[in-house]
Design a protein around this ligand. Structure first.
Ligand code: URA
Length: 433
């Protein structure tokens, strides 16, 4: 087989065979195919697309390019949730304990934030002492004992994706539906869950900017998961505005705890209840509606919050921080962002909000950058709110006050205030089964 022939076939609109796709991913993984040929095939896929069968083959080849986790010694049904990435998205910290409080196993391997999006592992590391690295034996024992463990991805999952993503990033081929689906699902399927709920974000804070694109991606990923024998559902959720009011690691943990106390922001609570409802429903606990009621109960009777406290304790974290979030270290400096104009917040550029938080120190530009866990933004006004001149739009937090000017400028530029009251967009656009 020759890489030249595979590129030419796809360039001319042909359908690649399973063997050709396996040959390609094999060569990406062992380094035998040069970067220029990998990039050329990505570009051909970008323009010509792939059939569902090709996309599925590509996903399975990516999944099989590295280690897989064996969860067979976990007793009971295993369910996971995966978000395509957003701003202020702390849903995992809320839904995982809700679901685990019903005896369903959540063996969660999460990512770190990069660029404008946050990551669950960084948020958890804002809890002093919390260990995001456990041995396989510790991880599995904890899931068997209390139903929930959350760690960073320590294994060499899907190494072909790492290489492909790095090349796509510099060859303008990231936004190709089959390449995105194979990248996300290739990594997801390397873990050994029975059920997966996907949270496909749509809008200005997500890499899928329209609901139609998000729907298409969700359909593709749900079908791939089902082909791999998983129970699947995808929700299409609104990322045209940050989720909740807090952006930044410890600020988001605090908001997640407030949500588990039943007093979180309405938008975050709604998305969490819906996600948890589908996770419980896929796990056999009833219809999605019945399971939403269960999820609400787990919040009102305190069992979900207790499960989070138990998990934090088990992983060495300061559970007193969760019991009383006033104990979280505060940023040394804060600065209010004041509106100079009057009108409705017509829309916001959510990605720019994420970048403003990153500028304050809450995220990293490079993998090796250090995070300021207490840095971030609390939003006082969101899309649809009416603001008067002099109203506080947000408060910025950082241990480095020299970051405030750039963050404030970004936030103001990203907030369109006008006389037009925006249409009330749904939080959950669709459910793809
Ligand atoms: N997230 C991924 O993991 N891969 C993509 O291609 C896009 C988003």
């Amino acid at each position: 087989m020759r890489m030249y022939d595979i590129i030419k076939k796809k360039r001319d609109g042909g359908e690649l065979t399973t063997d050709e796709i396996n040959y390609f991913i094999g060569g990406v993984t062992d380094g035998s195919i040069p970067d220029y040929q990998i990039s050329a095939l990505c570009m051909a896929i970008y323009f010509r697309g792939m059939t569902p069968r090709e996309t599925c083959d590509l996903t399975f080849a990516v999944r099989d390019s590295g280690e897989r986790v064996d969860f067979s010694s976990i007793n009971g049904i295993r369910v996971d949730k995966h978000s395509t990435g957003g701003v202020g998205d702390k849903t995992s910290l809320v839904v995982a304990p809700i679901v685990a409080s019903f005896g369903i196993k959540v063996a969660k391997m999460s990512g770190r934030g990069l660029g404008h999006t946050g990551g669950t592992v960084d948020k958890l590391e804002a809890i002093e002492g919390f260990r995001t690295t456990l041995s396989d034996a510790e991880f599995i024992a904890q899931v068997n004992k209390i139903g929930l463990a959350i760690v960073g991805q320590s294994k060499q999952f899907a190494p072909a994706d790492k290489k492909l993503y790095a090349l796509r990033d510099v060859t303008a081929t990231v936004d190709s539906m089959p390449l995105i689906a194979a990248s996300i699902m290739g990594k997801k399927l390397a873990a050994d869950d029975d059920c997966i709920v996907l949270d496909v974000k749509t809008g200005s804070g997500s890499f899928m900017k329209t609901v139609e694109e998000s729907r298409e991606l969700a359909r593709l990923m749900v079908d791939i998961g089902k082909n791999a024998g998983k129970k699947m559902v995808a929700l299409i959720t609104n990322m045209d505005r940050p989720l909740g009011n807090a952006i930044g690691n410890s600020l988001e943990v605090i908001e997640a705890v407030e949500t588990l106390h039943g007093c979180g922001p309405a938008d975050l609570t709604e998305v969490c209840i819906t996600l948890a409802g589908y996770m419980l429903s896929l796990s056999g606990k009833g219809t999605p509606e019945e399971c939403e009621t269960l999820a609400k109960q787990a919040i009102s009777d305190g069992s979900a919050l207790n499960k989070l406290i138990e998990t934090v304790k088990a992983q060495g974290g300061g559970s007193k921080l969760i019991q009383n979030t006033d104990n979280f270290a505060k940023a040394e400096y804060s600065r209010p962002v004041i509106s100079a104009v009057e009108g409705y917040i017509e829309r916001v550029d959510t990605e720019a909000y994420g970048l403003a938080s990153l500028a304050l120190g809450a995220g990293r530009n490079k993998v090796e950058d250090k995070i300021d866990y207490s840095a971030g933004i609390i939003l006082n006004k969101k899309t649809g709110d009416y603001v008067h001149k002099g109203d506080k739009l947000a408060v910025l937090y950082s241990n480095n006050p020299s970051t405030f000017a750039a963050a404030e400028e970004k936030l103001l530029a990203a907030t369109k205030i006008s006389g037009t009251e925006p249409k009330n967009e749904p939080l959950i656009y669709d459910v793809i089964k």
